[in-house]
Design a protein around this ligand. Structure first.
Ligand SMILES: Cc1cc2nc3c(=O)[nH]c(=O)nc-3n(C[C@H](O)[C@H](O)[C@H](O)COP(=O)(O)OP(=O)(O)OC[C@H]3O[C@@H](n4cnc5c(N)ncnc54)[C@H](O)[C@@H]3O)c2cc1C
Ligand code: FES
Ligand code: FES
Length: 479
């Protein structure tokens, strides 16, 4: 294994090289703090420091099929070494007061800025949308802006500006210099593992699965990160020093979504925004859950492996994937094993993943056509909020009787579990309101939810029961 000890990225159209041991910059410095330390990128604002406000939104340009793909991210959730090999774009790079970019001009023309604190973040989300080769529906425009908060202006003029800009796209200066940026990115080494060593931190960036597995064996105590949207808060909010990190985010080989036979195979590095789009027609219950997962900036970064690896009781893909009866591939240097997601999580944020293993793949069987599958999420607000209670149900009816049913809830116990007693009570019974209402009472025996800032135990039980009734109402019920 060959090592390199510095990272390189493109900023202001030029390659920037950072050697962490010489510069004194910590490898867990966020991209936000790095950019704010520079004189020319103060448009990147710190609001919440935890992915909730979008004031820190930047766009990263990445190489895809010899073109640059532009996506918006919360820079407060990204550790600086993760941007190796990418182009960093902030509001300063897209235009200035003498020469506004079309999205800046649109925001100005539509009165979309008042105090202006949120404006650069909105501009960057609008810019990422502008650079996509699609004509988005209004719903998608709103979805792409849901990760940006504005206290002053009201969203209508901002949404109007975004709509106007994507309907009137013209060539911008990024089109003109794309070839040059492509060749700069290509000149950056993306083969030799990066090993950043400072006096109290080790930050490793492998570029292949095999290298990652070797590092996992060598450093069994190192913390894995994929998108770091969960882990970054340990630094920004809890001020923890993370001594050893293996950053998987540059492993392209684990970033895929493909179907073969009656199954879907998803690489653990596949980001949730891509999963939301790819699963729309084939796994709608998953796609619907992802529509209300975090924000566009979070989903662009967070990976399926990270959501499952967090084993959070409110991890939103988990009840859905359990209902689909997904399996995980766990690998170490010499072996590969497959476990059911239903068995993978063993306790509060505890999993079967051993210290030398990685989740490398998620296998999802295509459900049979006669299954009704629906997912639900209850949170304090629709967008950018974590679940209070989430659920996914699958149902197979035969002559209006329950031939098979599976019921999984998030937020109802220390980890996502199946409602065994409720399922058993419904199996073989007529799919009627009376029987569903009787089964709803059993949920209190299946789960003992906690009371926390989000909700009390009693309210959680009521929510879970009412979701089951909602599922009945939406699933070809009989009276
Ligand atoms: C503002 C905000 C909103 C959010 N909204 C939601 C939401 O709506 N729903 C929700 O479920 N979550 C939400 N989250 C939490 C978080 O974004 C998700 O859990 C996300 O999917 C984590 O993925 P990641 O790739 O960023 O994981 P990371 O932060 O990189 O890692 C998370 C955990 O998984 C482990 N891990 C990562 N990759 C692997 C692997 N390949 N093998 C084994 N272990 C691995 C890591 O060691 C770590 O313990 C939100 C977070 C923020 C900050
Ligand atoms: S500072 Fe609020 S999302 Fe980053
Ligand atoms: S213009 Fe003030 S917060 Fe948006």
């Amino acid at each position: 294994m060959k090592y390199s000890n510095h990272i390189s990225f493109i900023l202001d159209g030029e390659i920037v090289k950072i050697n962490f041991s010489e510069s004194g910059i910590k490898p867990t410095t966020t991209l936000l703090h790095y950019l704010r330390s520079l004189p020319g990128h103060k448009s990147v604002k710190e609001g919440c420091g935890e992915g909730d406000c979008g004031a820190c939104t930047v766009v990263l340009g990445e190489l895809k099929n010899d073109k640059i793909e532009y996506r918006a991210y919360d820079s407060c959730l990204i550790f600086l070494p993760s941007v190796h090999g990418k182009q960093i774009i902030t509001a300063e790079n897209i235009g200035n007061s003498e020469n506004l970019h079309p999205v800046q001009q649109a925001l100005y023309d539509h009165d979309g800025s008042q105090c202006g604190f949120c404006t650069p973040g909105f501009v960057m989300s609008m810019f990422a949308l502008y650079k996509q080769e699609i004509k988005p529906e209004k719903e998608e425009i709103c979805n792409s802006l849901a990760g940006n908060l504005c206290r002053c202006t009201g969203y209508r003029p901002i949404v109007d500006a975004a709509e106007f800009s994507v309907q009137n796209r013209t060539e911008d200066h990024f089109c003109k210099c794309e070839d040059r940026i492509v060749s700069l990115i290509k000149s950056i080494d993306a083969e030799n593992t990066i090993e950043i060593l400072t006096n109290n931190q080790k930050y490793l960036i492998p570029f292949s699965k095999q290298e990652a597995l070797l590092l996992r064996k060598k450093y069994p105590n190192a913390l894995l990160i994929s998108g770091s949207t969960d882990v970054a808060l340990r630094v920004t909010k809890k001020h923890e020093l993370l001594p050893e990190i293996i950053d998987l985010s540059n492993i392209k080989e684990l970033n895929y979504f493909k179907s073969k036979g009656d199954k879907l195979f998803v690489g653990s590095n596949y980001c949730l925004e891509d999963l939301r789009n790819s699963s729309k027609d084939v796994l709608p219950a998953l796609s619907n859950m992802l529509n209300v997962f975090g924000s566009r900036q979070i989903r662009n970064r967070a990976c399926l492996g990270g959501n499952i690896g967090s084993a959070s009781p409110i991890g939103d893909t988990i009840p859905v994937l359990m209902a689909y009866d997904a399996e995980l591939v766990l690998e170490n240097v010499t072996e590969k094993r497959t476990v059911k997601l239903r068995d993978f999580i063993t306790g509060y944020r505890q999993t079967q993943c051993k210290s030398d293993e990685l989740i490398t793949e998620i296998i999802i069987p295509f459900p049979s056509k006669d299954r009704i599958i629906k997912s639900y999420k209850i949170s304090k607000r629709k967008d950018l909020d974590i679940s209070t209670v989430s659920a996914c149900y699958t149902l197979k009816l035969k002559d209006n009787k329950v031939d098979d049913i599976s019921i999984f809830y998030g937020g109802m116990s220390a980890w996502t579990k199946c409602a065994t007693k409720t399922e058993a009570a419904l199996k073989g019974k007529e799919w009627s309101r009376e029987n569903v209402e009787a089964a709803m009472k059993l949920l209190a025996e299946d789960y003992k939810p906690i009371s926390d800032a989000r909700s009390g135990e009693k309210a959680r039980n009521i929510m879970a029961a009412n979701l089951l009734l909602k599922f009945w109402a939406e699933s070809g019920r009989s009276a």
